[in-house]
Design a protein around this ligand. Structure first.
Ligand code: PEP
Length: 249
């Protein structure tokens, strides 16, 4: 089954409002002639609403970088799935390693977010990936399996639109990209895990993105791997030229 490639830009906590809007508009223009793949940006929360207005009518998808699992209430500083949906997001990144490591998000919290996102009709991008010491200890598959089981523990069925991002922590923002075969090995492990749990057909639909120092120079060889269906791009998504080169791999 042919899965439609998805290139997603995670802007993290970067850019001014003015630069963010102009980058979003430049991406819209840059993908006008592209028909065979999906492109998504995940700007910081305060920029979602104005960017949604700025890209209205285009085929650029809008996602948030995180969400809370409750729809509202006394959760100072948090943003709900309802709110991000309200300002035009179709997708939401859940369980990014920076959320897990810096903000101490657990698999239980991530599972609640995944469930709420699906209930609200948002497409989750669930991030999984091992740390360097875990890889060196030969625990990559075990860590990834635990994160998948943990993150999906509250749902019985995953929608075909569910997205998983394999992001080895040692490759994020370090310039050390996983080799295509290192990435493919884990992507294929993830697809087999989905197949065992949800069946062959489901496994053939689910897109698995690679993330970790993706650049214009390495995207082509990564995308040539059978189970790599796209990329979650951090640093290189902040400049229109590099992001569009990745989109056009
Ligand atoms: C990320 O944080 O999702 C990421 C992949 O970052 P970078 O591309 O900068 O390594």
């Amino acid at each position: 089954m042919e899965r439609r490639p998805l290139i997603a830009g995670n802007w993290k906590m970067n850019l001014s409002l003015r630069d963010a809007i102009s980058l979003a508009k430049d991406i819209v223009t840059g993908i006008l002639d592209i028909e065979d793949r999906d492109v998504l940006i995940a700007p910081p929360f305060p920029f979602l609403y104005p960017i949604n207005k700025a890209i209205e009518g285009s085929k650029l998808f809008l996602g948030a970088q995180n969400m809370h699992w409750e729809e509202g209430g006394a959760f100072t500083g948090e943003v709900s799935g309802l709110m991000i949906r309200d300002v035009g997001c179709t997708h939401v990144i859940i369980g990014h390693s920076e959320r897990r490591i810096i903000f101490k998000e657990t698999d239980e919290m991530i599972a609640k977010k995944v469930k709420k996102a699906i209930d609200l009709g948002l497409y989750p991008i669930l991030c999984v990936g091992e740390r360097l010491e875990e890889r060196e200890d030969g625990k990559t598959f075990e860590v990834v399996k635990n994160q998948l089981e943990g993150g999906l523990s509250l749902i019985d069925e995953i929608p075909d639109t569910f997205i998983i991002a394999y992001e080895p922590v040692w490759a994020i923002g370090t310039g050390h990209t996983a080799t295509p075969s290192q990435a493919q090995e884990v992507h294929s492990f993830i697809r087999k895990w989905i197949e065992e749990r949800y069946g062959k057909e489901k496994a053939s639909f689910i897109r698995i993105l690679y993330g970790g120092s993706v650049k214009p120079e390495n995207i082509k060889e990564l995308m040539a791997e059978e189970d790599i269906d796209g990329a979650l791009v951090g640093g290189a998504s902040l400049k229109v030229d590099s992001f569009l080169k990745i989109v056009r791999f």
